[in-house]
Design a protein around this ligand. Structure first.
Ligand SMILES: [Cu+2]
Length: 463
């Protein structure tokens, strides 16, 4: 199954994503949303009716994950049961979580063993589009399907007729339509652009069609759950306006013909006023245009169109205390076709090739070989921090900070967006600003999961 085979598909009819309303109870002033997530092996038809079912690892047997939905201010309480043959944990990506609930095995909790369970209690302080995924050997467990969307609705959300959640992934399948296991520890992937797949799905389906009402105002919540692939997304047949990035409202801008990059783990929310005709979401990161999903108006058009234009709220930059920010230079190095020859580990300097062969590490920060829990810096609670990043490698990296959201300075300009994952181009220098206001041990790493496991990441302590 090659990527081009996707074009031959006529498309399956998918139902509207099922927004699961878990059991809810009120306690004092806070709603508690209770969910059970069971990770286990699951046999699903992923590659089409003419292909055998695929052995996956999923939560609750749901391809694309159970859709979790709650309101801003809720407490999400998740009883996680691990029925996998290996230990696992769950990370709540983009949530300004309490540290003990962050789900990073070996850092914020012990891995949950096979047959074990763990209850996550996650405060949902911010509205927006988030997701959750396995964070124990994530490069393998996410690739096998352990992820799902987490939508937090705010009382000030823009009013729409329909919301659609689309979680996008590229799977690497072998000729028997099974997860390609032989390539899981492939050092070529780890030192180049990560594990790229050959089977592209939305909510676990190839080119799904979503029924909509003609003329309706729709919010698309797009999530990139791929291990490493940077998607570039555009609309065909309708105009779209980007209103949020990584869950956080941004200054609205049109999603134009060139499309917008969505790196692994990033999200974007797009507002669309549908007309009477089909429109499509297209993936254009390669020299080939792929239809990711189609949106098909039903026979009865319920809304008159065009809709009156919406006055979208402006998102002004707040006053940032950047002058006093503590500067932390991070020189990102290594990988294939890079200029890094030697790395230092525990005071010992070794050739990069030796680090690769003996420790499976090929990336470094500031010349140091990074292990899973290598400390980058100790931060004081409440201080402003400027991470001065220099991507001195031949590859893009999607840098993710746990527990905090950051502002971005690129080419001397602060962007009107607050994110938790920022895509650094090769050679790019940028500064990420944040207030270290969340105590604990927090990861800062590349979300191309093969890069993280092979050294592109470390931790901050905040106290
Ligand atoms: Cu990377």
């Amino acid at each position: 199954m090659k990527r081009r085979d996707l074009l031959k598909w006529s498309g399956l009819l998918a139902t509207t994503p099922f927004l699961k309303y878990p059991s809810v109870r009120a306690e004092a002033s806070q709603r508690i949303v209770e969910v059970e997530l069971t990770a286990k092996e699951s046999l699903q038809n992923l590659a089409g009716p003419d292909q055998p079912d695929t052995r996956l690892w999923l939560y609750n047997d749901r391809l694309g994950g159970p859709f979790l939905k709650a309101r801003q201010g809720d407490l999400l309480q998740v009883r996680f049961q691990n029925q996998l043959p290996v230990p696992s944990t769950i990370h709540w990506h983009g949530i300004r979580n309490v540290n003990a609930m962050d789900g990073v095995a070996g850092l914020t909790q012990d891995p949950v063993p096979p047959g074990g369970e763990f209850t996550y209690t996650v405060p949902l302080k911010d509205a927006g589009t988030y997701w959750y995924h396995a964070h124990t050997m994530a490069w393998e467990q996410v690739a096998r399907g352990l992820y799902g969307p987490l939508i937090v609705q705010g009382k000030d959300d823009i009013e729409v007729d329909q919301e659609l959640v689309l979680i996008l992934d590229d799977w690497r399948l072998d000729e028997n339509a099974q997860i390609d296991e032989a390539s899981f520890r492939n050092m070529h992937d780890w030192s180049h652009n990560g594990r790229l797949g050959n089977w592209f799905t939305v909510n676990g389906r190839l080119q799904p069609q979503f029924p909509i009402s003609g003329g309706s105002r729709i919010r698309l919540r797009l999530i990139n759950a791929a291990n490493a692939r940077v998607l570039r997304l555009k609309l065909e047949g309708s105009q779209g306006t980007v209103i949020a990035l990584d869950g956080y409202p941004c200054e609205p801008f049109p999603l134009d013909e060139r499309g917008l990059e969505l790196a692994t783990a990033q999200r974007m929310d797009v507002l669309v006023d549908a007309g009477p005709d089909v429109f499509k979401l297209q993936e254009v990161s390669t020299n080939q245009t792929l239809t990711a999903a189609s949106f098909v108006p039903d026979a009865t058009t319920r809304f008159s169109f065009p809709r009156p234009a919406l006055q979208l709220p402006s998102v002004p930059l707040p006053k940032l205390e950047l002058q006093q920010a503590r500067r932390i230079p991070i020189h990102m190095q290594g990988g294939a076709m890079g200029n890094l020859r030697e790395v230092t580990f525990q005071g010992e300097t070794m050739p990069l090739q030796e680090a690769a062969q003996q420790h499976q590490k090929v990336w470094a920060f500031n010349g140091q070989m990074m292990q899973a829990t290598t400390r980058i810096a100790d931060l004081n609670l409440g201080e402003w921090v400027a991470l001065e990043l220099w991507n001195d490698t031949a590859w893009p990296h999607a840098m993710h900070l746990h527990g905090h959201h950051f502002w971005i300075e690129r080419k001397g300009t602060i962007l009107s967006q607050k994110r938790d994952t920022y895509l650094m181009d090769p050679g790019e220098q940028a500064r990420l600003f944040f207030v270290a206001d969340n105590p604990g041990l927090w990861l800062f790493h590349c979300h191309m999961l093969e890069h993280h496991v092979s050294g592109m990441g470390g931790i901050f302590s905040v106290s």
